[in-house]
Design a protein around this ligand. Structure first.
Ligand SMILES: *[C@@H]1O[C@H](CO)[C@@H](O)[C@H](O)[C@H]1NC(C)=O
Ligand SMILES: *[C@@H]1O[C@H](CO)[C@@H](O)[C@H](O)[C@H]1NC(C)=O
Ligand SMILES: *[C@@H]1O[C@H](CO)[C@@H](O)[C@H](O)[C@H]1NC(C)=O
Ligand SMILES: *[C@@H]1O[C@H](CO)[C@@H](O)[C@H](O)[C@H]1NC(C)=O
Ligand SMILES: *[C@@H]1O[C@H](CO)[C@@H](O)[C@H](O)[C@H]1NC(C)=O
Ligand SMILES: *[C@@H]1O[C@H](CO)[C@@H](O)[C@H](O)[C@H]1NC(C)=O
Ligand SMILES: CC(=O)N[C@H]1CO[C@H](CO)[C@@H](O)[C@@H]1O
Length: 430
């Protein structure tokens, strides 16, 4: 099949009819024998460009600033830093500096023989996701839950209050401007904050300082959403353990054509346990789209239900539960989400080496880009320059999922593709 490699970077436009059906998804033909056989070329959509090569730490989250600075985060582990900035084609460095990435007391501690994540509020422990708001603030979501004993029997210890936090960094001064920690009735010991979006408009909350919508993807506990009022620092939950946020039992996805079971070292064969994993706001911030990692279904809820602090309304939970919408299947499991200035909702599809778009006008998923280099697109971020940037980290080959054997091969990648129809970063939710 060597002939295929010739086509990997070719530009195949993907034309979608008004009914959403792609008519020009291309395949190619290999004239190896006398018969000209049609072959899936593995590609469609805009040209994919290689932007950065990760040779050191395997990345998770990505965010691109107004001036094109690229930030990555890395869950850890044993890594020296968990928040980094890309400095050239093949290297990143600790951001804002190594000191803030190095909790003096270590990443975890033990109380009566039970491991807990660090409760350090002023240093980064394990940053899972990053986001740049249009005012050029970098937001980092620290789970406070590092992986420990990575080489023997990996454990993700419970969080200690103070460790899990949302931090804001001013990209002009490169200094932390805000830190939000969470009370124990909002962030549980086994919560795991996984993704974040913002509506900074003054009318989004009564206090006028904007709101953060955060995913709790807890493998062991209660999946749901955590909201933070960015002016008052108050936080609350919604949709805890609503079926739309729960993992799908016994999910067996396929990656690169291989059926996938979860194989942790020293443990019986299992399945991915991850529920609610990705989210994206609609263009005007009135709808939040989301799905569990292990589900083919896309869900949404009007954000008005999530913005109600349940302390002020005894029916708040019930109203949110009653207003979840099932938007149907989308053609596979989805991992991260992204959104653009036209309201396109991008969904990262690790089973297809592709990114799909949910089009709320068509009520359908449509294809955007596909490429054999997209081996687990972990997160994506729309840049101010009209490109979608994505982190590729080969996650299904990581040791924690493969009996302790690390099948990943450097480099990891940042890829980018031009957005459709001149779309760019949305500045509506400023
Ligand atoms: C991490 O830090 C240690 C101790 O400072 C150093 O020896 C090592 O080279 C660093 N690793 C990387 C990949 O930078
Ligand atoms: C990239 O940056 C790293 C870290 O600062 C440095 O060691 C390396 O020499 C740089 N590589 C190039 C090609 O500039
Ligand atoms: C981690 O490993 C250390 C030393 O190998 C051991 O003492 C400790 O009990 C382990 N902790 C867990 C939670 O497995
Ligand atoms: C970041 O810092 C610069 C320089 O002090 C300031 O002008 C800017 O307003 C700050 N950004 C935000 C979002 O506060
Ligand atoms: C905030 O105001 C904008 C118009 O400026 C409106 O479109 C939006 O719906 C409002 N949001 C809320 C939560 O009222
Ligand atoms: C959705 O599809 C319609 C019809 O093809 C198209 O006009 C629109 O630009 C697409 N995108 C969004 C975000 O609605
Ligand atoms: C739009 C596009 O790229 N079409 C191509 C699909 O594949 C055939 C056969 O390789 C080409 O001839 C077309 O140009």
């Amino acid at each position: 099949m060597h002939g295929l490699t010739l086509f990997l970077s070719a530009f195949f436009p993907c034309i979608v009819t008004s009914q959403g059906f792609p008519v020009d998804i291309n395949s190619t033909f290999i004239a190896a024998g006398p018969y000209n056989v049609r072959v899936d070329a593995g590609t469609y959509g805009p040209l994919i460009e290689e932007v950065h090569y990760y040779y050191d730490q395997w990345p998770i989250g990505i965010a691109v600033s107004q001036t094109g600075r690229i930030f990555a985060c890395y869950t850890r582990g044993t890594y020296n830093y968990t928040l980094g900035e890309v400095v050239n084609l093949t290297a990143e460095t600790a951001y804002p500096n190594l000191d803030l990435n190095t909790p003096p007391g270590g990443l975890s501690t033990e109380i009566n023989g039970v491991p807990f994540g660090s409760n350090d509020q002023t240093h980064f422990i394990s940053v899972q996701a990053v986001f740049v708001t249009p005012d050029d603030t970098l937001w980092g979501l620290d789970t406070g839950r590092p992986t420990i004993n990575q080489s023997t029997s990996p454990v993700v210890p419970y969080a200690a209050p103070g460790g899990p936090k949302l931090i804001a960094v001013n990209l002009t001064t490169n200094s932390i401007t805000k830190t939000y920690t969470l009370p124990s009735d909002v962030h549980f010991p086994d919560s795991y904050m996984n993704d974040l979006r913002f509506d900074m408009r003054p009318n989004a909350t009564e206090s006028g300082g904007g709101i953060a919508y955060i995913v709790d993807s807890s493998d062991e506990g209660r999946t749901g959403f955590i909201m933070i009022d960015l002016a008052t620092g108050e936080s609350w939950r919604h949709l805890s353990q609503h079926p739309s946020t729960l993992r799908v039992s016994e999910d067996v996805p396929s990656y690169q054509g291989l059926p996938f079971y979860y194989r942790a070292k020293g443990k019986p064969l299992d399945f991915l346990q991850e529920g609610l994993d990705g989210e994206e706001l609609s263009l005007y911030g009135d709808v939040l789209y989301y799905s569990p990692l292990t589900s083919d279904y896309l869900y949404s809820i009007e954000t008005t239900y999530l913005r109600v602090n349940p302390k002020t309304d005894p029916l708040a939970f019930k109203r949110a539960f009653d207003n979840v919408k099932n938007l149907g299947q989308r053609g596979g499991n989805a991992n991260g989400f992204a959104g653009d200035s036209l309201g396109n909702v991008y969904m990262l599809m690790p089973e297809h080496n592709a990114i799909f778009i949910y089009n709320s006008t068509l009520h359908q998923t449509t294809p955007y880009v596909r490429d054999p280099r997209i081996i687990w697109p972990d997160s994506a971020n729309v840049g101010f320059d009209g490109y979608l940037y994505m982190n590729i980290n080969q996650l299904p080959y990581q040791p924690n999922w493969n009996d302790g054997v690390d099948g990943r091969v450097h480099p990891g990648l940042i890829l980018r593709a031009k957005l459709p129809d001149g779309a760019s970063k949305s500045t509506v939710l400023i």
